[in-house]
Design a protein around this ligand. Structure first.
Ligand SMILES: Cc1cc2nc3c(=O)[nH]c(=O)nc-3n(C[C@H](O)[C@H](O)[C@H](O)COP(=O)(O)OP(=O)(O)OC[C@H]3O[C@@H](n4cnc5c(N)ncnc54)[C@H](O)[C@@H]3O)c2cc1C
Length: 511
């Protein structure tokens, strides 16, 4: 059996950046279930947040992050994020990420709920692609061992300590075991749980399901961010129209051409994502339409083509010239705020098991993520994981503030139900566990998911392992959403529309 110092599962920004640091400390293996650049990272458009502007400060970034997080951010983790962001940006520059500049200075843009321009970008709206290509190029040239088409299926734990991981070779169907001192899950999010999603096909919540099965604590799963504006054209999978488009002056209009966001909130088009997403649903329903429109026709054409070349080109390729015409948009599932609970060094409650990036819940995002805080979270906490494993850092508590622990509820399920399909699961979560939730729908979804979990056959290949993981992760989202009888951040219950002080705590699910 092969033994490594570090095994890293996933090759998005979190996995690659952490691997590049880890290789200076010992042997490293990256396992990734598709090709190296199959991930959400490469789709990131808007950019990466850091308080590097002349009129900005970590303190302002701290306050903006806390405001978006709606009372549930872990303030220690946010403090770390905002203070360490600029040093990690310097690392990315050193690795070769080509951030856009104006007159030799890094160019910064504004995004919703940031009080000042602090978003660095690359290639206009192709930030994630530049990061992924740069970091994967570095990983390849540094000769880090990368196993592509290799899907982690089980975390090996003995007496509370990680020993390694089992993985499926997706090409041959064989299972192999790999041993390590430190296992770092960087498996990304779970947007594929939903029928409409901005996420890549790989975002099936595998890390959360694997960690849960191994006994790790899972936090804040009820908080799933829906992006308000994805291109809504028949036969086209949702394509993100970045928040930065509204940051640059784009406005939302209803089917009658009326600019409606000021009717809902004084922050208008730059309100937090959950507010904009719900306002879109209400406005579409009110006007009897299934969509609204984003208008950038008043912006100078060169702003559109230079700031958003990727969006401009994508729309043009689908017959829509956004310089002249309105962009039909609708919300879609976008980002998992919850995940595998970690302390401020990326450690889980299982010795030797770490989590980083979207699969981790460091507590930075609380109940709602501030735009562009996820790429920076991945690098800030990736660096801290390596510091912890090299004993540069002392152990710290895993406490993220007030928490209540639950296990998945026992549900009475029929003895035999047919196993689900991926699309049936996505439809169920979209209909019952989506942007607007209520007890009846959540209970129905929880019952169906529990029944599906019992009916699933032993997985044998990538699709069947992913479906198993989606059922488990879907159950965690649904059960947490059912437990939280209030509305906060991205979690909105029509039967409990207010935030309630007694709910200002985290929901932790564990076996
Ligand atoms: C369209 C879009 C736009 C976005 N824009 C921004 C933005 O502008 N700014 C920002 O900060 N954030 C943005 N985000 C969010 C951000 O891109 C992600 O949160 C971030 O890239 C996640 O990085 P990651 O490394 O954690 O996961 P990913 O980049 O998704 O990588 C996960 C990796 O894990 C692998 N994997 C998963 N399961 C397994 C398994 N079982 N075995 C082996 N490998 C596995 C995958 O194949 C993949 O390589 C955006 C997201 C999307 C979808």
């Amino acid at each position: 059996m092969k033994q490594y110092d570090y095994i890293i599962v996933g090759s998005g920004i979190a996995g690659l950046y952490t691997a590049l640091l880890a290789k200076k400390q010992g042997s490293v293996l990256i396992i990734t279930k598709g090709s190296i650049d199959d991930c959400n990272t490469k789709y990131a458009q808007g950019g990466i947040a850091a308080a590097i502007g002349k009129n900005d400060s970590p303190e302002t970034h701290f306050k903006d992050t806390l405001a978006a997080g709606d009372g549930l951010c872990n303030t220690e983790a946010v403090r770390i994020l905002v203070n360490e962001a600029s040093a990690r940006i310097a690392d990315l520059v050193n690795f070769g990420v080509p951030f856009d500049t104006v007159d030799g200075e890094i160019s910064l843009t504004l995004e919703a709920a940031h009080s000042t321009p602090r978003i660095l970008h690359a290639g206009g709206d192709a930030t994630g692609e530049h990061m992924e290509v740069t970091l994967s190029g570095q990983a390849r040239s540094s000769k880090i061992q990368v196993l592509e088409d290799c899907l982690a299926t089980e975390i090996l734990v003995e007496k509370g300590v990680v020993k390694g991981v089992k993985a499926l070779d997706c090409r041959t169907g064989s299972i192999e075991e790999f041993n390590c001192c430190y296992l770092i899950l960087a498996t990304g999010g779970a947007g594929q749980l939903y029928k409409f999603s901005t996420n890549s096909d790989v975002a099936t919540g595998d890390g959360v399901a694997l960690a849960f099965n191994a006994g790790a604590e899972i936090a804040d799963m009820e908080f799933f961010q829906f992006h308000p504006t994805t291109l809504c054209l028949p036969g086209v999978t949702p394509f993100l129209i970045s928040e930065a488009v509204r940051g640059e002056g784009g406005v939302l209009r209803n089917v009658d051409g009326h600019r409606f966001m000021p009717d809902y909130t004084p922050e208008a088009d730059l309100a937090p994502r959950d507010v904009v997403a719900r306002s879109i649903l209400y406005e579409a329903k009110r006007t009897g339409s299934d969509r609204v429109f984003l208008d950038v026709t008043h912006l100078p054409p060169h702003v559109i083509t230079t700031r958003f070349p990727h969006i401009y080109r994508f729309c043009l390729d689908h017959g829509l010239d956004i310089i002249k015409g309105l962009i039909p948009v609708a919300p879609a599932a976008h980002y998992m705020m919850g995940g595998i609970k970690t302390n401020s060094w990326g450690e889980t409650n299982i010795t030797g098991l770490f989590a980083v990036g979207e699969t981790a819940c460091t507590g930075v995002h609380g109940a709602n993520r501030l735009a562009s805080n996820s790429l920076v979270e991945a690098v800030v906490f990736g660096k801290r994981i390596i510091a912890r494993t090299t004993k540069e850092a002392e152990a710290s508590s895993n406490d993220q503030g007030e928490e209540i622990r639950y296990s998945l509820s026992q549900r009475r399920v029929p003895k035999t139900v047919p196993p689900p399909s991926r699309s049936a699961l996505q439809q169920l979560l979209w209909d019952k566990v989506g942007i607007i939730r209520h007890k009846e729908g959540l209970t129905e979804a929880a019952d169906v998911l529990a029944a599906w979990q019992k009916s699933l056959p032993q997985p044998t290949d990538r699709p069947s392992y992913e479906l198993n993981n989606m059922v488990i992760t879907g159950r965690l989202v649904t059960e947490a959403a059912l437990l939280r009888e209030e509305s906060r951040g991205a979690h909105f219950r029509s039967d409990f529309p207010q935030s309630l002080p007694q709910w200002q705590h985290h929901i932790i699910l564990a076996k």
